[in-house]
Design a protein around this ligand. Structure first.
Ligand SMILES: [Zn+2]
Length: 289
């Protein structure tokens, strides 16, 4: 949800759309700079979450952050920015900060993975009392983006956790799973994908799920989100995930396209958000009478 007009507005937007959980950017996603959060806004945000019963809330980290970069300046900037994201999320009482692990650009997969783990350790070591969790997002694997195989995520987490104090969580994205080549299209392929996830990362690490359809097919490694039911994920895949008892307690959020015709400051729900939510709930509970 948009934070236009201040962070508490995002909670109001979530409630107006009938959501009981929420994901926000705590700052502009395409800028390094962040305005400081006034104490009054933090307090109003926390109060809105309680009063409107929208909990837990997730943050998505800025897309500019690349812990895998071999350029020292970008590496330093990325670590500082991730630290700031975690601090803001902690102040706001959020469950986790979702981070795309990073890309290796001009180096190699192995070097990228090592740099990402090192970056995570550096950031978390400065924040040993942190309650907001870092949640690595499984990615579609576009270009040199890492984190699209469960082995890569397992490698980052194993290396980082031997040196950082806090446990590191995982965020799944249905669009990214399919784009990265993990099939959810039948009961047996879904079971196989989850078994692989459990083997290489651990199912108990999954703390959040992004529900998105994919404009591009299985294994395309292209990250294009689509409305639920209109892409290559398939309604059966959503149903399997939504009715999997191992996923029942997890916050799930949509990152589907907005209709775009509304003013950004609007509180009224986006019609496509409502439609996507209706489909998701129907797949979860069966059609409402
Ligand atoms: Zn996502």
């Amino acid at each position: 949800m948009s934070i236009a007009g201040g962070l508490p507005k995002a909670v109001e937007r979530a409630r107006a759309a009938g959501c009981d959980t929420l994901q926000i950017f705590t700052k502009s996603s395409g800028q390094w700079r962040a305005r400081p959060l006034p104490d009054a806004e933090i307090a109003a945000f926390r109060q809105a979450c309680v009063e409107l019963n929208v909990r837990p809330v997730l943050a998505h980290a800025s897309y500019l952050i690349n812990l895998g970069s071999s350029q020292e300046a970008l590496q330093t900037r990325s670590r500082a920015a991730l630290g700031e994201e975690l601090d803001r999320a902690e102040a706001l009482g959020l469950l986790g900060v979702v981070l795309h692990p990073g890309s290796y650009t001009t180096t190699s997969e192995a070097e990228g993975l090592a740099r990402i783990a090192e970056g995570i350790v550096a950031v978390l070591s400065d924040r040993t009392d942190q309650r907001t969790r870092l949640l690595l997002e499984h990615t579609a694997g576009q270009g040199t983006n890492l984190g699209h195989t469960f082995q890569q995520l397992g490698a980052i987490i194993d290396t980082a956790e031997t040196r950082a104090i806090q446990p590191i969580g995982l965020c799944l994205d249905t669009c990214h799973l399919v784009a990265a080549g993990y099939d959810l299209g039948s009961d047996s392929s879904y079971a196989d994908t989850m078994a692989q996830l459990d083997q290489h990362v651990g199912l108990d690490r999954v703390q959040a799920i992004h529900l998105n359809d994919s404009k591009t097919p299985l294994g395309s490694r292209v990250d294009r989100h689509a409305h639920i039911g209109s892409g290559h994920v398939g309604l059966g895949a959503f149903r399997r995930l939504l009715t999997d008892p191992r996923m029942h307690m997890l916050p799930m959020v949509l990152e589907t396209p907005k209709e775009g015709s509304r003013a950004t400051a609007a509180i009224e729900p986006d019609p496509m958000d409502l439609e996507n939510l209706r489909m998701i709930r129907e797949l979860m509970n069966g059609p409402t009478p």
